[in-house]
Design a protein around this ligand. Structure first.
Ligand SMILES: Nc1ncnc2c1ncn2[C@@H]1O[C@H](COP(=O)(O)OP(=O)(O)O)[C@@H](O)[C@H]1O
Ligand SMILES: O=C(CO)[C@@H](O)[C@H](O)COP(=O)(O)O
Length: 505
């Protein structure tokens, strides 16, 4: 396959002396916090740091929010003096997590994370009790999967009523960190749209849903408008006191900003979660529940499908096989559905991993390749639905802001997230999608998007325009290869054939 490198005049890897001012972008995601100090003029990353998070193993996935705050301090400390010169900061964070705070602003219990599927029974009940999938899609914009905050709050009330009763404030991960910086309870429309209690129809909290789950709106943060400031950094924190704090947003919305996405441009992100999404001028409302109808961090929409099993699941299979993650072999008849955490796309919260088609001559490398194939297959199955979403029959249809790269079928998939660094991931996406792929050279697109949001607030610009000015999509382009329809057919047949097994609680 042929690869070509694209390079703009002022790429994010420019080596010229920074012009300033400096801004800080933060990605507080599932596995770690990453902080970038960025030159607002050029997008050049002048310093960066990263510190890990602990996630509980087992049926539930939880993390202590205090630990995210400590990780943010550690990541900023690694940035050295540059962080102390920052004039603005913004925080992108993993979506959906339920952070419950007491009257003193301290966590009542660890946060329930997006990939914790224990709330699947509460989810099923909520969808039924409030009018069914069609009503949820029309009213909220999404049929909530067990990832959404509303299902986690329902789980908490049922399983730990004393923790729910002690809760004086409910926050999302990025809200929690923003509040630690500013002292103010704020959020943005992008992250709010993943709670299940923010209506994309009215663009406000849905009091009917909140009443149904016994949550007072007074416990929720104020939803800031696009471009509004969340506040300023308080004294005594690991950033300059008085620096501006932008709204922040969910990690996928931040990456969309970081790429300066135009409507219709598809993105495939390979991290703890796998996601496929595109910016759209149309409000999504998918009653099948495959596409979450998120708002983006500006004034558009972000139809998105998300899998629970992506890089961590494939790395786990590699470890079980005793293989390096790149040690894949082509060919063979093995199929794997690597649903180690249950799955959200397809909607199989009770599923576990499934291996099929083993023969005497199957190699370990083929089994590993099958894990990559299964993870990518789940994402690609949802991609067409993501791109078809909206009344115009395509996420870019009717938009004056449409990319000039031609029809949706010809658009390269932008491949981002930690997995985009790996050849096995990239080759699997090329082989199963049949699409051209582009891997931006800039690697931390969530943190870069948050930095663009901070720069936009500081300079009075639009955040996506800032990212475009920074040339963040510059990178290596890979030509399309013929799609491996045989492998896709085997996966489809395994998924259909094992349906009963995969649905069993
Ligand atoms: N060189 C690499 N090749 C392939 N995968 C990689 C490489 N480096 C990191 N990863 C993968 O990236 C994942 C982390 O991606 P990231 O987007 O940072 O996750 P998250 O934002 O969910 O915390 C790890 O689980 C790991 O499997
Ligand atoms: O649940 C979703 C999106 O709906 C996830 O994409 C989370 O936002 C977690 O992201 P990562 O930590 O994997 O980046």
């Amino acid at each position: 396959m042929r690869a070509t490198s694209t390079r703009g005049k002022r790429g994010v890897r420019a080596v010229a002396a920074p012009e300033g001012p400096f801004v800080v972008g933060v990605d507080s995601s599932t596995q770690s916090t990453k902080a970038l100090v960025v030159d607002a003029a050029t997008g050049q990353v002048v310093a960066q740091g990263q510190a890990p998070h602990r996630v509980t193993p087992g049926p539930g996935h939880e993390s202590d929010p205090e630990q995210w705050w400590e990780a943010l301090g550690a990541a900023l400390a690694q940035c050295g003096g540059a962080a102390h010169q920052a004039s603005a900061v913004s925080v992108g964070g993993q979506q959906h997590g339920l952070v419950t705070l007491d009257a003193d602003g301290r966590p009542v219990r660890p946060a329930l994370l997006w990939n914790d599927v224990r709330s699947a029974p509460q989810r099923d009940r909520l969808v039924e009790e409030l009018g069914g999938p069609g009503e949820w899609a029309e009213r909220i914009g999404s049929v909530p999967p067990p990832a959404f905050t509303v299902t986690k709050w329902a789980w908490l009330r049922e399983h730990e009523p004393e923790a729910a009763a002690a809760t004086a404030a409910v926050r999302l991960p990025h809200d929690y960190l923003t509040q630690r910086l500013t002292g103010e309870g704020t959020t943005d429309r992008g992250d709010a749209s993943g709670t299940g209690w923010w209506s994309s129809r009215t663009e406000s909290y849905d009091e009917g849903v909140l009443e149904h789950v016994g949550l007072s709106p007074a416990l929720l943060p104020r939803v800031l408008g696009h471009g509004e400031a969340a506040g300023t950094v308080r004294p005594g924190l690991p950033l300059p006191a008085g620096a501006l704090v932008a709204t922040g947003t969910g990690d996928n919305m931040a990456a969309a900003l970081g790429l300066g996405l135009r409507p219709g441009q598809p993105v495939l992100s390979l991290g703890t979660s796998g996601t496929v999404y595109a910016v759209s001028p149309h409000r999504p409302a998918d009653p099948s529940g495959t596409v979450s109808g998120f708002a983006d961090a500006r004034t558009d929409w972000l139809p998105l499908a998300c899998t629970l099993n992506c890089t961590l699941a494939v790395d786990r299979i590699a470890t079980l096989l005793g293989l390096h993650r790149e040690a894949v072999d082509p060919g063979g008849t093995v199929t794997m559905l690597p649903f180690l955490d249950g799955e959200r796309t397809p909607q199989l919260p009770y599923a576990s991993g499934l291996l099929h088609g083993l023969r005497h001559d199957s190699t370990g490398g083929q089994v590993l390749q099958a894990a990559y194939d299964g993870a990518v297959f789940a994402l690609l199955q949802a991609l067409d639905k993501v791109l078809d979403d909206g009344p115009g029959g395509g996420s870019g249809a009717g938009s004056g802001d449409r990319t000039d790269a031609g029809g949706a079928g010809e658009q390269p998939l932008l491949l981002i997230g930690g997995g985009a660094k790996g050849a096995a991931w990239r080759d699997t996406v090329l082989r199963l999608s049949g699409r051209p792929v582009r891997v931006p050279r800039a690697q931390e697109l969530v943190a870069l998007g948050a930095a663009a949001q901070a720069a936009a607030l500081l300079l009075g610009e639009d955040a996506a325009a800032v990212a475009r000015r920074w040339n963040t999509t510059e990178g290596t382009a890979y030509e399309a290869v013929p799609r491996d329809d045989a492998a896709l057919g085997r996966l489809e047949a395994t998924l259909t054939g094992a349906d009963t097994l995969l649905r069993r609680p």
